[in-house]
Unconditional design. Structure first.
Length: 255
């Protein structure tokens, strides 16, 4: 059984004390593919080190996270472009719009989002979308740039059924993680109306740990708790869920 974590920040300083042990737990649990989203240039070296230590398991993305879009965002974007031109990445992400923490940079976030989508298309790469309190704004951009090259993952999907269907209409898979196991998560109430072929698994570690670890540091081995919840929703075996969602990730990332 091969499980794929399509979104995990394994370079986070929260893992500095026990990264090797944490990775072994994940590998022992059957998680053998880890896709690593970028945040901004301050994390690039740590991402590259992670890839060097786990070359067969770790696959890097490159992008500028919306919460890192500040006054200097164009300088950050220049570095994103330089890296995309320099070497292989498997997606442009995580990119998008976040209006939860700060709404004052909306215009800059929109600009950065559109710019990076165009770079993804130029490089024939998927995008990985971060959306928080910004479904309308994200969909507005996607509608503007939609074409046959647009595809990717709607990371940490927390919307309703209509928003799920709209995201899928833009050739996005839904990234499903720990929120699925929360009592107030709500997505478990309609997910059975979404085809399993439109879903990928993720943790967003070290954030959003699933029940029974909610409130603690998340890690990639906990993805089995998300998988178990999907087993109950789709009435399939863990192996079937793992195989289908891993194939979905291969379809997205071309690996």
């Amino acid at each position: 059984m091969t499980i794929t974590d399509t979104h995990t920040h394994l370079y986070s300083s929260q893992f500095d004390e026990d990264r090797e042990v944490m990775m072994k737990r994940a590998l022992d649990a059957g998680v053998s593919r880890f896709f690593i989203p970028a945040i901004d240039s301050s994390y690039t070296e740590a991402m590259l080190d992670l890839e060097k230590n786990y070359p067969k398991n770790v696959f890097l993305m490159m992008g500028l996270h919306p919460t890192s879009v500040k006054e200097n965002y164009k300088e950050e974007l220049t570095q994103v472009k330089q890296w995309l031109d320099k070497r292989k990445f498997y997606a442009v992400g995580e990119i998008g719009i976040d209006l939860y923490w700060d709404t004052s940079f909306l215009q800059q976030q929109q600009d950065a989002f559109k710019t990076q989508i165009e770079w993804a298309k130029e490089n024939e790469l998927p995008i990985v979308i971060h959306c928080r309190d910004a479904f309308n704004e994200v969909f507005e951009v996607l509608e503007e740039v939609n074409d046959n090259k647009l595809h990717g993952i709607f990371h940490c999907f927390t919307g309703d059924l209509s928003q799920a269907k709209k995201a899928i209409s833009y050739k996005m898979k839904l990234g499903i993680g720990g929120v699925l196991t929360f009592k107030n998560g709500k997505i478990d109430q309609f997910l059975n109306e979404i085809a399993l072929q439109d879903i990928v698994l993720e943790t967003d570690a070290p954030y959003l740990a699933p029940t029974p670890y909610r409130g603690k540091r998340n890690e990639s081995s906990y993805i089995v708790n998300v998988l178990d919840k999907l087993v109950s929703i789709y009435n399939l075996t863990p192996e079937e869920i793992a195989n289908i969602t891993t194939q979905n990730s291969k379809d997205v990332f071309s690996i």
